[in-house]
Design a protein around this ligand. Structure first.
Ligand SMILES: Cc1cc2nc3c(=O)[nH]c(=O)nc-3n(C[C@H](O)[C@H](O)[C@H](O)COP(=O)(O)OP(=O)(O)OC[C@H]3O[C@@H](n4cnc5c(N)ncnc54)[C@H](O)[C@@H]3O)c2cc1C
Length: 300
């Protein structure tokens, strides 16, 4: 990142929330479930499937964890009621992972059980490295009982290839992505090409060991390499899908759909949009620059 962009990213947290919100709206479906339903219907009408996510991260007490569980179940109910082509993504710190492991396991199991009743699927997002092992353990425990649950692995983590081998001892369902959190160099690759190489290495093992894979990237290099790998290994269409974030690289997304690939878009919504949006801005300082410009205009 060039020094000007670095500076812009550093100062965005100082901007008024209402300004940040204007630009955040490209990445989030809205404040409530009805906004998200509308967005998913729009995507479905373009032959794009979705995964819905109630925004939020680490919570402080059991009551909040139970509330998060209820919100996730509500999403499953809406998906069923409106016949949407969508599954659900969840973050375990919202379900109490940092407070009480067993509570988190129980609440997550409740969500996965409900999804099973609706013939739906739950993807466990991966958060920062302080919770990687615990997240994997919850997935492993649930996977013994449920086949409608999947996990995310991050190719910037040096441990990921071992995790793929560990988890593909059973039938597994992955999302592979680069990873968005800032991690120490002792445990994470930092160079762009190293992260890409590890992505492809992990994907190849996933494919060869029979897993279903959501290939989550907007990086054309990785999309092209994944397509080629799937062809070279004769991986059938029903063993993988591409995944992208709402509001990112829509031309690339539409091209994949036109070529006949299965494409799923991550549709986050809810009132706790700030942290999610800040991570997206850090990935794309051009947007940060636009915020800065608009702020100057606002103040005039
Ligand atoms: C469906 C999905 C789910 C994800 N789930 C997780 C998760 O559970 N845990 C986790 O750590 N990470 C997750 N991520 C984020 C992921 O790890 C990366 O941080 C993010 O996808 C950017 O990496 P990239 O592979 O697209 O490559 P990049 O090299 O970052 O981007 C490739 C191209 O896309 C453009 N681009 C990327 N992001 C943006 C943006 N925000 N706005 C505009 N343009 C952009 C870039 O400008 C670049 O041209 C997820 C990503 C997706 C697509």
């Amino acid at each position: 990142m060039n020094p000007i962009n670095k500076l812009i990213v550093a100062v965005i947290p100082l901007f008024p929330k209402n300004v940040v919100r204007i630009f955040a709206s490209r990445y989030i479906a809205g404040d409530n479930i009805n906004d998200a339903v509308k967005k998913v219907k729009e995507l479905n009408s373009k032959s794009i499937i979705a995964t819905m996510d109630v925004l939020g991260e680490s919570i402080k007490d059991k009551e909040e964890a139970v509330q998060s569980k209820n919100e996730s179940i509500e999403v499953l109910e809406y998906i069923d009621k409106f016949n949407l082509n969508s599954n659900l993504s969840i973050k375990l710190t919202m379900l109490g992972l940092n407070i009480d492991f067993d509570l988190c396991l129980d609440l997550t199991a409740e969500i996965v059980e409900k999804a099973r009743e609706y013939n739906n699927f739950v993807r466990i997002d991966m958060e920062d490295s302080s919770v990687t092992e615990k997240t994997i353990q919850i997935y492993e425990t649930l996977r013994k009982k449920y086949n409608n649950v999947g996990i995310v692995l991050q190719s910037y983590l040096k441990r990921t290839v071992n995790d793929v081998i560990r988890l593909t001892k059973e039938k597994a369902n992955f999302r592979i992505c680069k990873g968005i959190y800032i991690e120490p160099k002792e445990i994470a690759y930092k160079k762009k090409q190293e992260i890409r190489d590890n992505f492809m290495k992990a994907l190849e093992i996933m494919f060869k060991r029979g897993a279903y894979v959501g290939i989550a990237t907007h990086d054309k290099y990785l999309i092209d390499a994944s397509k080629k790998l799937a062809t070279d290994l004769n991986i059938p269409d029903d063993r993988y899908e591409f995944q992208m974030l709402l509001g990112v690289k829509e031309n690339l997304r539409d091209k994949l759909v036109a070529e006949g690939y299965k494409v799923r878009v991550y549709v986050p919504f809810g009132i706790r949009w700030y942290q999610y949006s800040m991570r997206r801005f850090k990935e794309n300082p051009n947007i940060a620059g636009q915020i800065l410009k608009s702020l100057i205009t606002f103040r005039r």
